[in-house]
Design a protein around this ligand. Structure first.
Ligand SMILES: Nc1ncnc2c1ncn2[C@@H]1O[C@H](COP(=O)(O)OP(=O)(O)OP(=O)(O)O)[C@@H](O)[C@H]1O
Ligand SMILES: [Mg+2]
Length: 244
């Protein structure tokens, strides 16, 4: 369980004329950490949508644990694939409820442990109402980084075999970047991970990096190998992924 593969995938958004993804081949083995990098608009987030079948491939196949996702019940896919991005949806309820929704019946201890591992426990505890603070619409406004850590805590509670991380483009200060990096290290361990990365630190140690440009995989391999081949990856690295 847990491998992810895109096989000759072409994809056009409904109503769009041009294909957003063209003949994409990506294979991530169970437990591997893969990174997707490439310029803005190249199709990285779109690739992530096809895995839990939020959209279907126009041509080709998306496979989860060796099975075509079209043959897997949507509910099973949702259970098996966790997604962390900055557009984390918080419903109008307490922080505790927003976390517990990832694992119905979770105990307070489990919720606190997940929040600690996601480096958000201290922030939550600093609020006058702590875990009972109302968030979401009309509630306390968490920052993008805080929301991302709530999303990580949710994933830890849910504990899915496959994790998709769609990093925010916004630059972070070194301190926040270090916290996020430590948090992500904890959450990606022992899990098939596909990280859409805008920070070099998330990419360097990936088992495999796929470089996406204009909807195509133009290079793949490890950081070392890609740097040597002097292509788009090394160019992006030299620009520190600016605008990627
Ligand atoms: N719902 C949609 N309908 C039509 N086109 C879309 C839709 N969502 C995204 N696109 C287009 O698909 C292309 C790829 O977008 P995508 O969000 O996958 O890029 P990305 O590589 O994740 O970029 P970024 O690094 O800025 O997040 C873009 O040209 C975008 O405008
Ligand atoms: Mg994106």
């Amino acid at each position: 369980m847990g491998s992810v593969e895109l096989r000759n995938v072409t994809f056009s958004y409904p109503g769009a004329e041009a294909a957003t993804l063209k003949n994409v081949n990506i294979k991530v083995e169970k437990g591997q950490y893969a990174a997707l990098v490439g310029p803005s608009g190249s199709g990285k987030t779109t690739i992530s949508y096809l895995i839990p079948r939020l959209y279907e491939a126009t041509k080709g196949q998306v496979l989860f644990a060796g099975s075509d996702v079209k043959e897997i019940a949507q509910a099973d896919l949702i259970d098996n694939v966790g997604i962390v991005n900055q557009e984390t949806y918080l419903f109008h309820a307490t922080i505790k409820e927003n976390l517990a929704y990832a694992k119905p019946g979770a105990t307070d201890e489990e919720i606190t442990a997940a929040a600690k591992a996601a480096n958000i426990h201290e922030t939550i505890s600093s609020f006058p109402e702590g875990y009972d603070t109302m968030v979401g619409e009309r509630g306390y406004r968490l920052s993008g980084g805080e929301k991302q850590r709530i999303a990580i805590a949710r994933v830890l509670l849910k504990d899915p075999p496959v994790l998709i991380l769609d990093e925010a483009t916004s630059s972070m200060d070194t301190q926040s970047e270090r916290i996020v990096q430590e948090t992500l290290d904890a959450v990606t361990r022992n899990r098939t991970t596909i990280a859409i990365a805008h920070r070099l630190s998330t990419v360097i140690n990936a088992d495999v990096i796929f470089v996406i440009s204009a909807g195509e995989v133009v290079e793949s391999g490890t950081h070392k190998k890609l740097l040597k081949s002097n292509g788009l990856y090394s160019k992006l690295v030299n620009e520190q992924f600016k605008g990627a």
